[in-house]
Design a binder for this molecule. Structure first.
Ligand SMILES: Nc1ncnc2c1ncn2[C@@H]1O[C@H](COP(=O)(O)OP(=O)(O)OP(=O)(O)O)[C@@H](O)[C@H]1O
Length: 273
């Protein structure tokens, strides 16, 4: 069975009636990673936020979004809040905006786990510490005592990945999680996402501008343009034989970045890669 099914998703601005995402349908199987690519403003984030029911006031959506066969649109806001984090986990582009700036990271993480699990404080702390070590944060106690602004972008992304490891959601939605990072840190963070998938076998939506990253992590790719899906299919096929001219344009225009990424990953010669 599919973990997530999105059927005929439409997103629009209430005030003007302007369509922002049109008739979008896709599915996600267990353990699958689906990349959503497309230029800025094509509707990638609104698609993710609609699934999470996190769109701002003034943005409406319709269509069927089902998690393990259960239609999410019939859930109350309270029930949906319980699903967020525990079953649907979103990892944002900017780690800083995901955490409460006025409290140490550990307090925020403890509270999030406390909402979803009946563990004691000591259990929560032990699980968080183990997950932090697993994602390469060597001194969990020190990280937990810091405020968000005291950690780098790469560390904040690792903290969010560690939290996802403990929460074990059914679906992880990562919205451009590496865009704000330098190339080397982005590479390390992508590798943590790869490991996260291997460990949890969760389904994942990975939004990215960087087709090099998409090649590394995605099984399937969905291409958006002006609020519509213009192409979807297996990542290998999209990269080798894209049918839509826009996808071909994306693939060719991102080749330079991909070469740089391959070079970082495996020492492939930039000139040849
Ligand atoms: N709160 C909002 N109110 C009105 N329009 C919005 C709102 N949020 C997004 N939009 C519009 O919806 C369209 C799609 O936005 P979205 O953020 O989903 O794009 P995106 O593909 O994620 O882009 P990026 O790669 O820049 O994040 C854009 O035209 C954007 O201006």
């Amino acid at each position: 069975m599919n973990v997530l099914e999105v059927e005929h998703l439409n997103v629009w601005e209430e005030r003007s009636g302007r369509n922002l995402v049109r008739d979008s349908s896709f599915r996600l199987a267990q353990g699958e990673c689906l990349a959503i690519v497309g230029e800025s403003g094509s509707g990638k984030s609104l698609t993710c936020k609609s699934i999470m029911r996190l769109n701002r006031n003034g943005i409406r959506h319709s269509g069927r979004i089902a998690l393990n066969g259960e239609d999410l649109s019939i859930l109350s806001d309270k029930a949906m809040r319980r699903y967020r984090g525990r079953r649907l986990c979103m990892i944002m582009q900017n780690g800083m905006s995901a955490f409460d700036p006025s409290r140490p990271i550990g307090a925020h993480l403890q509270e999030t786990l406390g909402i979803h699990y009946d563990w004691s404080r000591a259990e929560r702390e032990a699980k968080l510490a183990a997950a932090m070590i697993a994602v390469g944060l060597r001194e969990p106690a020190a990280v937990m005592s810091r405020y968000p602004f005291e950690l780098s972008g790469g560390m904040l992304q690792r903290v969010m990945i560690a939290l996802a490891l403990v929460l074990e959601p059914d679906v992880i939605i990562a919205d451009e999680p590496t865009t704000a990072l330098d190339a080397v840190t982005a590479y390390e963070v992508v590798e943590q996402f790869v490991r996260l998938r291997e460990r949890l076998r969760s389904a994942m939506i990975f939004v990215s501008h960087d087709l090099g990253v998409v090649r590394r992590i995605a099984d399937n790719v969905l291409v958006m343009k002006d609020g519509e899906i213009v192409e979807q299919g297996a990542a290998r096929e999209i990269f080798s034989g894209a049918r839509h001219p826009y996808t071909r344009y994306l693939v060719s225009s991102k080749e330079t970045l991909s070469r740089h990424y391959k070079w970082l990953m495996g020492g492939v010669d930039v000139a040849q890669g």
